[in-house]
Design a protein around this ligand. Structure first.
Ligand SMILES: Nc1ncnc2c1ncn2[C@@H]1O[C@H](COP(=O)(O)OP(=O)(O)O)[C@@H](O)[C@H]1O
Ligand SMILES: [Mg+2]
Length: 338
């Protein structure tokens, strides 16, 4: 991809403290470990991983809602934590976060009109009341909520989950962002409405050239929206595999990715035949708090080697993919269906 990198994460680490009884700090644990990610203008990246692996934390890091414990967040090549207030604000406007729970994201005592009015007013001091009204109508049109008058005086609880997600999208768009991070935007809405929200994001990406980071635990929706984009597969706070989602689905390389894909029904029988189910070790869910050093998948990987517990693992480049497993080839060979 030749487009410019708008945002990049360099060796980002986030460490949280577990606080026990009486507020006493028990221990620290890594929620994100050595995350490197480049986001290009106008691209779509899906971040896929199971619940609790650090996806929302990563979304907050990208959007500047949370500062890394270590590492850098760069917006247009500049470290955002070195910005003066005004530039930091520009970065925050340009990079928007849409949270999973649309109900919690909207002020329950504000009408839709009021929720959209405030950010436009703050962003465009010079706009007249008429201009703001016009912009609100335009935004509601962009997210498919027409006729606008039908929604302006409503309160969040009077809308469906899908409609509220669209309002969040409109609010994010009001700041003319370059990048939107959407955190599981369809996981809390009716299955019947999911596709239309995903299509809306794909359209906004195409028509307004806004880059999207789509966070999900569901590979199916990731494939739908990022079909021409990239996927980052996360496991316990680390990206274990990264690259074009089409290549990924054809041939997942990391053993965790293989386990992930073998669990998803794939409509293409040719691909489905190639993918053999991986028997994961242990029934217990792994957690960030008791993760071992080295490869995050070590405890569950049926192919682990002793040195997988060493921490200094580099990503290997395989075609357009990057994978955090030095033994991927051996594992692929072991799994070939002949
Ligand atoms: N502010 C916080 N303080 C301490 N732990 C947190 C905080 N936020 C999230 N966590 C923990 O970090 C881990 C990852 O959370 P999260 O990023 O929300 O994962 P995901 O979105 O993939 O489900 C979880 O174990 C969660 O309990
Ligand atoms: Mg989350």
């Amino acid at each position: 991809m030749n487009k410019e990198v708008i945002l990049s994460l360099k060796n980002v680490n986030v460490v949280f403290s577990k606080v026990g009884k009486y507020g006493i700090k028990e221990h620290n644990f890594h929620v994100l470990k050595n995350i490197n990610l480049d986001i290009h203008a106008g691209e779509i990246i899906a971040i896929v991983g199971e619940s609790g692996c650090g996806k929302t934390t990563l979304g907050k890091i990208i959007t500047g809602l949370l500062k890394p414990s270590k590492g850098e967040v760069k917006y247009r090549s500049n470290n955002v934590y070195g910005f003066f207030k005004k530039d930091f604000q520009t970065f925050r406007n340009d990079v928007q976060f849409i949270q999973q729970d649309s109900y919690a994201a909207l002020n329950p005592v504000r009408t839709i009109f009021q929720s959209l009015y405030a950010p436009i007013r703050a962003h465009h001091h010079d706009y007249s009341r008429e201009q703001i009204n016009k912009r609100i109508e335009e935004l509601l049109g962009l997210v498919g909520l027409l006729p606008a008058e039908q929604f302006l005086d409503k309160y969040p609880h009077q809308l469906s989950g899908g409609q509220r997600q669209r309002i969040l999208m409109a609010r994010a768009l009001s700041l003319s962002p370059k990048l939107i991070v959407a955190d599981e935007p369809v996981s809390m809405i009716d299955v019947s409405m999911r596709l239309s929200i995903l299509k809306l994001m794909a359209n906004l990406n195409r028509e307004l050239d806004i880059a999207f980071v789509y966070i999900t635990h569901d590979l199916g929706t990731a494939k739908f929206i990022a079909d021409e984009g990239n996927v980052a597969v996360m496991y316990l706070g680390q990206i274990v595999e990264y690259g074009p989602i089409r290549d990924f689905i054809q041939q997942p390389l990391h053993p965790y990715s293989q386990a992930l894909i073998s669990a998803v029904p794939i409509p293409d029988p040719q691909i489905a035949r190639q993918i053999k189910e991986i028997k994961i070790k242990g029934m217990e869910m792994s957690s960030l708090e008791n993760r071992n050093s080295g490869c995050p998948f070590y405890a569950r990987c049926p192919y682990c080697h002793l040195d997988c517990k060493d921490d200094k693992k580099e990503y290997l480049t395989v075609g357009k993919m990057k994978v955090l497993c030095p033994y991927y080839e051996e594992i692929l060979n072991a799994n070939k269906n002949i």
